[in-house]
Design a protein around this ligand. Structure first.
Ligand code: NAG
Ligand code: NAG
Length: 163
């Protein structure tokens, strides 16, 4: 009895929450600068909790290419999604503040990738969603943004297998 009541309460929370829909990151980023991501949300599930960001460069000569679905060797930011963009906001635009690519990061083209830990359904079954942005590491942090969207080529969902 007690467990059934808890599951119903969890569902009620998920139903009023928002999911990440589109995230914009500066197209050019200067290492050391603090910048924000612009976030567009939509009402819906799953309940999204933690988002972790990494960066990996492109270097044709050294044959280094970002691997889609991996954060890359430098993990540089994480976000508590419930505290930052959750909090009962059903939809709309907001920001994730406080991003900073480490000082001294090599200039040139790079990919930022992120992974989201999320839960859906009455049992809060977990899945991981990955996101991808092409950026340039350069001399200024630009005002123009590159966007990644839920459910297009820049985002993927992977259900945790269970046997
Ligand atoms: C980032 O967002 C904060 C509010 O969370 C704002 O005060 C700050 O000016 C923003 N920074 C930039 C570079 O837009
Ligand atoms: C968020 O901002 C974009 C422009 O940056 C706009 O096209 C979109 O309608 C906004 N979304 C909401 C839900 O306000």
């Amino acid at each position: 009895m007690r467990f059934l009541r808890l599951a119903a309460a969890a569902l009620a929370v998920a139903a009023t929450d928002a999911r990440l829909f589109r995230i914009g990151i500066p197209a050019t980023i200067r290492p050391g600068d603090v910048f924000n991501a612009t976030v567009e949300q939509l009402a819906g599930i799953p309940l999204q909790y933690a988002m972790v960001f990494g960066i990996e460069r492109y270097d044709q000569e050294a044959s280094i290419f970002p691997r889609p679905g991996s954060l890359g060797p430098v993990v540089f930011h994480h976000v508590d999604l419930q505290a930052t963009v959750g909090d009962g906001k059903v939809s709309g635009n907001t920001t994730m503040p406080g991003f900073r690519v480490p000082e001294g990061y090599e200039p040139g083209p790079a990919a930022i990738q992120a992974a989201v830990l999320q839960f859906a359904g009455p049992l809060n079954s977990p899945s991981v969603e990955t996101w991808w942005w092409n950026v340039d590491v350069g001399d200024v942090t630009s005002e123009d943004l590159v966007w990644s969207s839920y459910a297009d080529d820049t985002s993927r969902v992977c259900q945790i297998p269970f046997e």
